[in-house]
Write a protein that binds this ligand. Structure first.
Ligand SMILES: *Cc1c(COP(=O)(O)O)cnc(C)c1O
Length: 463
């Protein structure tokens, strides 16, 4: 695995040998709720159901492939984050993981705020009636039009990412006769990923302003002196798919150090810090993610301790989970098209989607699991690679997994934990149509993002 696969891949570096896979599970019919949404289960007839609806009915009604989202599970996870962090903290759901108008309404109802990072995400949030003050606007290169729209709409905060942007946002706010609440995103030199973190990571990346060399302090100096800006805090986001809290510990230490410097230099105690997102989920049974209440407790203690040591009032904390809210809530339902055994190697199982609906395996070497869901089977496990229908040999959905040896065309299989960064990163490669997102709850299924059609494709192609 290459280091460039870091952003959401399973491991930091070449930890596992090529072709690593766990031993086959003793019973392939068992569904591990670490990776499957809460209401998913296998009925007595062997068919898997979600929210009380059999997947065979979902396939019939909505077709395959389809992202099937367990609404109760989404709401429960959102609520768990909200409850864990309590009234003295804010939870911003990272919309880039998956955003739709239904999701925006669920977030509002469950008391979460929202991160957006483009005009399109902002438009989606506003069109669903999200209160603008609950929206944070991120990105390393927001356009003037995007910033103007955000300031006009009255977003709760804009997270400033560069020296140019400090001036740009100040100028736009001032010309609109407003004072915009902002945070400054800094890079603290911590890079966290899965079970490891590096405390002296190179700040060689496009996001944020480096703490090193006094650059963050200089950014604060400038922001504090611009009339169009109200600097409310410092922002730090250290990585993704993180299981270990020690990276946050070092990041919080450095952020609080900056708050202290700001107090000493300007006599100002900034009221907020944002520690970003990146909390890990289980993609396979080997992963052991932290619960929101453990994370809240750990972060609260870390920040409290650091602030006490620095004699600062404890700032209001915000966090920005994306994957940890939506990732486990959905699975992708596919129909098997071909089953191709390669003697002495493995069996290739082709499904009716692929890298266009899940690019994470190709992009990050991500690991997933898979199960036969349209029936139970007592057949022996066979080592499979689940591949898509694209004209690309890297079109792999699940690299190594076990499925029953009697698997046949027409069977439905499902890949769990595809709620985050799958639909939101979906493409039209090979002019394949992007699948729908179907929300299931209490025995009812409804489309929240419809399947793309050939008319949709051709509408963009003006000839
Ligand atoms: C991507 C991102 C997040 C969410 O990351 P997850 O891994 O989905 O939790 C939060 N904050 C910022 C600034 C991000 O870029």
């Amino acid at each position: 695995m290459s280091r460039s696969a870091h952003p959401a891949g399973p491991r930091h570096a070449d930890v596992l040998p090529e072709g690593h896979y766990s031993a086959p599970p003793t019973d392939l019919n068992v569904l591990d709720h670490k990776v499957w949404a809460q209401t998913v289960g296998r009925g007595e007839d062997g068919v898997v159901t979600v929210g009380g609806v059999p997947v065979t009915r979902l396939a019939e009604e909505f077709g395959t492939p389809a992202y099937i989202m367990d609404e109760a599970d989404f709401r429960a996870r959102a609520r768990a984050w909200r409850t864990a962090f309590g009234a003295d903290a804010d939870v911003f759901y990272a919309g880039k993981a998956f955003l739709s108008r239904a999701v925006v309404r669920w977030l509002e109802e469950e008391g979460l705020n929202l991160d957006v990072c483009s005009g399109g995400e902002l438009a989606t949030a506003l069109s669903a009636g999200m209160a603008p003050e609950r929206i944070a606007f991120h990105g390393n290169n927001k356009s003037v039009a995007e910033i103007t729209r955000a300031v006009e709409a009255g977003v709760g905060r804009i997270v400033l990412d560069s020296f140019q942007e400090i001036v740009r946002v100040a100028h736009i706010a001032q010309s609109l006769g407003k004072r915009q609440k902002v945070q400054i995103r800094i890079t603290v030199g911590v890079e966290a990923h899965t079970h490891e973190f590096i405390a002296t990571a190179h700040e060689d990346q496009k996001f944020g302003i480096p703490l090193a060399g006094g650059q963050a302090a200089e950014a604060v100096r400038r922001a504090l002196h611009l009339d169009g800006l109200e600097l409310i805090g410092i922002h730090s986001h250290i990585g993704s798919q993180i299981f270990d809290m020690s990276g946050f510990e070092v990041a919080a230490h450095r952020v609080v150090g900056l708050l202290k410097d700001i107090r000493d230099e300007h006599g100002v105690e900034l009221p907020e810090i944002d520690l970003g997102g990146g909390l890990g989920i289980a993609y396979t049974s080997d992963d052991d993610p932290r619960e929101p209440h453990e994370i809240a407790k750990a972060l609260g203690e870390i920040v409290g301790r650091e602030c006490e040591a620095a004699r600062l009032r404890t700032p209001r904390i915000s966090v920005e989970p994306g994957r940890a809210v939506v990732g486990p809530t959905a699975f992708t339902l596919y129909e098997v098209g071909t089953v191709k055994p390669l003697e002495g190697l493995r069996t290739y199982v082709s499904v009716d989607g692929g890298m266009s609906d899940n690019i994470r395996t190709a992009l990050y070497d991500a690991e997933y699991s898979v199960a036969l869901v349209s029936r139970a089977s007592d057949a022996e496990p066979m080592l499979v690679r689940v591949v898509g229908k694209h004209c690309e040999s890297g079109d792999i959905v699940v690299k190594d997994a076990f499925l029953p040896a009697d698997l046949a065309p027409g069977d439905l299989i499902a890949v769990p934990a595809t709620g985050a960064y799958c639909r939101s990163m979906a493409s039209n490669y090979n002019h394949v149509l992007r699948p729908p997102v179907v929300a299931v709850k209490d025995g009812e299924a409804r489309v929240i993002v419809r399947r793309e059609t050939e008319e949709d494709l051709l509408r963009l192609d003006v000839g």
